[in-house]
Design a protein around this ligand. Sequence first.
Ligand SMILES: NC(=O)C1=CN([C@@H]2O[C@H](COP(=O)(O)OP(=O)(O)OC[C@H]3O[C@@H](n4cnc5c(N)ncnc54)[C@H](OP(=O)(O)O)[C@@H]3O)[C@@H](O)[C@H]2O)C=CC1
Ligand SMILES: O=C(O)[C@@H]1CCC=N1
Length: 292
Amino acid sequence: MTQTRMLIEERICFFGAGSMAEAVARGLIARAVISPANITFLNRSDSDKLENLKQRYGTAGTNDPAEKENVLRTSPIVILAMKPKDAAEALGQLGEWIGPRTLIVSMIAGLSIRTMRSLLGRPEQPIVRTMPNTSSSIGLGVTGLSYSDGLSEESRRTARLLFEAVGTVVETEEDKIDALTGISGSGPAYVYYMMEALMEAATLGGLTREQAREMTVQTVLGAAQMVRQTGEEPAELRRKVTSPNGATQAAIAKLDESDFYGAVIRAARRCSERSAEMGRDLEDQLPAKDRD
Ligand SMILES: NC(=O)C1=CN([C@@H]2O[C@H](COP(=O)(O)OP(=O)(O)OC[C@H]3O[C@@H](n4cnc5c(N)ncnc54)[C@H](OP(=O)(O)O)[C@@H]3O)[C@@H](O)[C@H]2O)C=CC1
Ligand SMILES: O=C(O)[C@@H]1CCC=N1
């Protein structure tokens, strides 16, 4: 039997096996970027989750400390996918096991490349800092990528392949990643919040839950596609919905009473700040000499 050649032939491991790790792995497998046999999930204790991933995707997984160490020592690519609060301890251990050429790809909000290198105790480690979002699980994610100094073109290509498999990619300087987190990293949650409110309004207006859901989904989908396909600005498309002195204008006036526009901007900004705060909390765990 001939083997299909994959875009990435190296083994990768997800250090953390939660929702973001699964979202990205699912996309990689669906797009045949990497064989499931080359993917290993590592977590702390949730054996059921590892078994579930194995059943659904055919991936390997372990939470046994000795096996985890072995996987981390031998994986050329390690994707960090634990929560920020768990990162300091995990990176401290990881630094003892990886080699100088192991490519570290972090999905951890707030954690800077500089802090990662210090936590690893490896000031030259090749690192890609990313900020994906959960829509990656259906191939419609958007991921911000920034690279450690001097990262090879081969490693950059690997990072692009990993995340282009699950959506679009935005390469940017590291100092923009917190801002990007406030837009695309957390953005799906703001859209879902708006959808929750629209669905509630629909049921209050007498529509069934099913009708409310379908109308809301199709409205959001249609509006996003209109922006993409027409190339028109959202403000111009909004103007076309808004008849003078009509119903939409009355609705927008209500949103303006609550400063909806300003609230969204403040929310995105606060998200970025919180991301940076989480990064500083991690930096504070470093010895004083390694802090900024
Ligand atoms: N959710 C989102 O929308 C996004 C999340 N992110 C980032 O992705 C990261 C993961 O988030 P998410 O997937 O939601 O988190 P989850 O809580 O779903 O998953 C975290 C995983 O990390 C594992 N873990 C924690 N500590 C260790 C350790 N020492 N060794 C091995 N595994 C460990 C947990 O294992 P166990 O269950 O066994 O304890 C669990 O599998 C975060 O840093 C977040 O900032 C980035 C973009 C978007
Ligand atoms: O809420 C969080 O911290 C992460 C970062 C982006 C989305 N979820």
